[in-house]
Design a binder for this molecule. Structure first.
Ligand code: ACO
Length: 438
């Protein structure tokens, strides 16, 4: 069977044969379809990238219909069970699981780069006491670029390596500093004898004791959550990382942009929105009224639905199991019962079934964070920490991809045609109006 697509342009009657490569057609192949020499050629219109691949990638694979997620070919369930976050981060960045020597060197590099410059503390101190920690994180990550001017040498492999170490290592430090600042507590320095998750919990929660040791089940649960959130193909924040990275700034600036994209309630802010929604519902008997409101379009059931998964999100399955394990240690939450019941009702309701809306990664993750004593406004920050590994692997892949250029989408212009400027005295009085796109 020929791997090509025949397209007839009914405006001209001409037929074109477009090669199909890896299940895709090059959008630029449509440029040759013109009415005349003046015509720029046919554009492909795809707001929100619903069916457009912006890159080739060898990092993460998702089969949304079957609920499959692979990092570099390894199923997420197996990584969650057998790996740890640092090993998974190595896998994402390098493409293969490390051997013992490679892992030891990787762990060493990520451990020695956990400290931030002392000036970062004064920077942090400048924020208002109730500043959102995600805002603090994205600003301080952006500010890191000013501390490491050599990071702009993005085609120097050594510089890329050290930026990757620094970003993955310092993210928990900055995240914990943001939390401590909002509580008016002194900053805790990293403890390099602890695990990645254990050190983060220590920087968050250590008070006057000489050393903080997290409850092992909690440390493990956080590490698994980090694995589950480490990458997710071309999601909104990864797309931001690649798009901003395509103009070749340093990776700290590109990561700050990715954090900004993750901040929104439709992306990394969803787990915060889930908890607020469940708190608002309050009790199991209020669920039917809430679901009726969702079906009437009043609001969305947060933590449900996904652009890619049209089946149960495989990460949500692991997280749901883990929520039970963590709450067995920390004590149960009545809100979790409301969430479970809401899930059961939604999964049997025709509205959600027909739209293939299932719980996504955010539906249960917030309950684990809450059980760990982490306030809701820190939830997206907890997402940003591990996703940094994914962002950086995607950023490096994009930089080394010979087919990539500066990301610059096209548009379909629907505005005013060319017209002459009219002086102010001759303009008719008109109420200013905003014309929505589309
Ligand atoms: N609650 C109620 N209805 C929903 C929901 C939801 N959570 N999600 C989608 N729908 C409905 C839409 O109203 C639409 O219905 P219609 O066809 O009658 O108009 C249909 O399902 C398709 O929805 P879209 O908005 O086209 O789906 P899209 O792929 O653009 O959106 C998204 C995906 C943003 C995740 C959406 O499902 C949503 O808003 N979910 C809630 C927020 C959330 O949980 N985000 C976290 C995503 S995972 C992550 O980022 C880590």
């Amino acid at each position: 069977m020929p791997e090509s697509l025949s397209v007839t342009d009914n405006r001209t009657g001409r037929t074109y044969d477009l090669p199909i490569e890896n299940g895709a057609v090059h959008a630029t192949a449509f440029q040759q379809m013109k009415l005349d020499d003046e015509d720029d050629g046919l554009l492909l219109y795809d707001p929100a990238f619903l069916n457009t691949a912006s890159c080739t990638s060898r990092i993460t694979f998702i089969d949304g219909d079957r609920g499959i997620l692979l990092y570099r070919g390894y199923p997420i369930e197996q990584l969650a069970e057998h790996s740890n976050f640092l090993e998974t981060a190595y896998l994402l960045i390098h493409g293969e699981l490390p051997n013992a020597a490679e892992y030891a060197a990787w762990e060493h590099e990520l451990t020695i780069h956990t400290l931030v410059h002392e000036n970062v503390k004064s920077f942090m101190d400048g924020f208002h006491h109730d500043a959102h920690p995600m805002g603090m994180l994205l600003s301080t990550v952006g500010a890191l670029s000013t501390f490491y001017p050599d990071a702009t040498k993005i085609y120097d492999e050594e510089q890329r390596r050290i930026s990757i170490y620094r970003l993955i290592a310092k993210m928990p430090t900055l995240a914990a500093f943001a939390f401590r600042h909002s509580r008016g507590l002194p900053y805790n320095y990293p403890d390099n004898d602890l695990s990645y998750a254990g050190n983060f919990l220590s920087m968050m929660f250590k008070m006057v004791e000489p050393r903080y040791h997290a409850v092992p089940e909690i440390e493990h649960a956080l590490d698994v959550l980090f694995i589950l959130h480490a990458d997710h193909e071309q999601n909104c924040s990864t797309n931001a990382m690649r798009a901003v990275g395509s103009s070749h700034p340093d990776p700290y600036s590109a990561t700050a942009a990715a954090i900004a994209a993750l901040y929104g309630p439709l992306h990394g802010g969803a787990n915060e929105a889930v908890i607020r929604m469940i708190e608002r519902i309050g009790s199991v008997d209020k669920i039917p009224e809430f679901v009726t409101g969702v079906k009437a379009g009043k609001e969305r059931l947060m933590g449900f639905g996904h652009r890619v998964y049209k089946n149960y999100d495989p990460r949500a399955k692991v997280i749901k199991r883990m929520a039970d394990q963590v709450l067995a240690v920390t004590g149960t939450s009545p809100l979790l019962d409301v969430a479970r019941e809401l899930e059961t009702i939604a999964l049997e309701d025709e509205y959600f079934v027909s739209r293939k809306l299932y719980p996504n990664v955010d539906f249960y993750s917030g309950f684990i964070y809450q059980a760990l004593g982490i306030p809701v406004e820190m939830f997206p920050v907890l997402f940003a920490i591990p996703r940094t590994a994914g962002w950086l692997s995607q950023w490096e892949e994009s930089l080394l991809d010979k087919e990539q250029k500066i990301a610059r989408p096209r548009q379909v212009y629907l505005g005013a045609p060319s017209r002459d400027f009219v002086s102010m005295s001759e303009r008719e009085v008109q109420r200013p109006k905003i014309v929505a796109a589309g």
